[in-house]
Design a protein. Structure first.
Length: 382
């Protein structure tokens, strides 16, 4: 790898992984914000780089740890031993065991999906895996690969994407984000390549016949949208059916997008950011035929997981979009109207690098902190 590219890659890994500074305790007492007052508590601790989470029907929480472990957190916050049967993962750089999502019919099937980095012949790639949670919730069974985001890449272990969302029509389709894999950013524009895309699949990994590029010999039928850098947030907006995504920019130009069928989001032909060394990627900020972001953050916030709030515990937050931010750490609250961001509030600035935000079954917010001694923080009404 050329020396300049190696330095840039090292900086990218540092920005994504974060430092090892002392852990900041949550604020004591009531936190007063623009729309709601709340308290912050440590719900669970002792996790290493928690990345994704999914609530079981009984209120327990499955959490992935990036080094490759899956744990179950009880309703009392007790963390289990690692579950057996988790798939092998590639843990270099930004790789590891990343997102988790329950199948919509989980109460009957006990099926779940994992997105993770995997090593294959030729290098590493983003992999979608399906499994079944054992009846005693101590192991994964019937583990099988559903999709590999080919081609594999020999160099670099960055930009895997790896966020999942089921369609609001009963979960008929699974949407999955993939990163551009960083080294060859132009992969995001190639339609014969699954890097830098949002994919749409059936739960068995098949290509829906109404996907925009299905049946084309020069394109992968799994692709729903393309031209993405590293989308790590994916969520459907209740009541509208719109799919929203948060996406890491380079140095500047983080994005919030509405994901549309067959659309090109421009990367790297269009961007609001520059390379980590300050060099220009593209002079273009917009281009006819390419989707403009709904919101751009410069300086960056490194937006990871997102969630629309639809709970009852915080009535004044209903319909708001929450963004877990890693750099300039904060929980970002956005008000949304007619596909536009109408307001922004940054909650808990500097508390911790936040990787994911989840809405719990009781309507509380749960935050996964991207720390070596990771925590699950819980926001309760004051």
């Amino acid at each position: 790898m050329p020396r300049r590219l190696a330095r840039i890659a090292a900086l990218a890994v540092l920005l994504a992984a974060g430092g090892t500074c002392a852990q900041v305790p949550p604020p004591a007492g009531v936190v007063r914000s623009e729309a709601a007052d709340f308290r912050v508590e440590v719900f669970a601790a002792g996790l290493e780089r928690p990345w994704g989470g999914a609530f079981l029907p009984d209120g327990r929480l499955l959490v992935t740890e990036r080094p490759g472990r899956l744990r179950l957190i009880g309703t009392n916050g007790r963390v289990s031993a690692p579950l057996a049967g988790t798939p092998a993962v590639e843990t270099g750089g930004q790789g590891g065991l990343l997102d988790i999502a329950l199948a919509p019919d989980f109460p009957d099937s006990r099926a779940l999906f994992l997105c993770h980095a995997a090593r294959v012949e030729g290098g590493a790639l983003t992999r979608l895996t399906r499994a079944r949670l054992s009846e005693d919730a101590t192991a994964l069974e019937a583990v099988r690969t559903v999709l590999d985001a080919t081609p594999a890449q020999a160099r670099g272990r960055n930009h895997f994407g790896c966020r999942m969302a089921f369609s609001p029509d009963g979960g008929r389709y699974l949407f999955l984000s993939t990163g551009d894999r960083y080294v060859e950013m132009g992969r995001a524009q190639r339609l014969d390549d699954l890097a830098g895309k949002v994919l749409r699949l059936t739960r068995n990994g098949r290509v829906p016949p109404d996907n925009p590029f299905a049946g084309r010999g020069d394109a992968r039928g799994e692709i729903w949208s393309y031209g993405h850098r590293n989308p790590q947030g994916l969520a459907f907006q209740p009541g509208t059916g719109l799919l929203w995504a948060s996406e890491f920019g380079p140095r500047g130009g983080d994005e919030l997008n509405i994901i549309r069928r067959g659309a090109n989001y421009g990367w790297p032909l269009v961007t609001h950011g520059v390379n980590y060394d300050g060099s220009v990627i593209s002079e273009r900020r917009s281009e006819p035929g390419m989707e403009d972001p709904v919101r751009v953050w410069t300086p960056v916030i490194s937006p990871s997981g997102i969630a629309f709030y639809d709970g009852a515990a915080f009535p004044s937050w209903r319909g708001n979009l929450f963004v877990a931010a890693l750099n300039r750490p904060a929980l970002v609250r956005l008000t949304i109207q007619d596909g536009r961001v109408t307001g922004e509030e940054r909650l808990l600035p500097g508390l911790a690098r936040l990787r994911q935000v989840l809405v719990g079954p009781e309507g509380f917010l749960y935050l996964l902190t991207d720390e070596p001694a990771g925590r699950v923080l819980r926001l309760r009404p004051a």
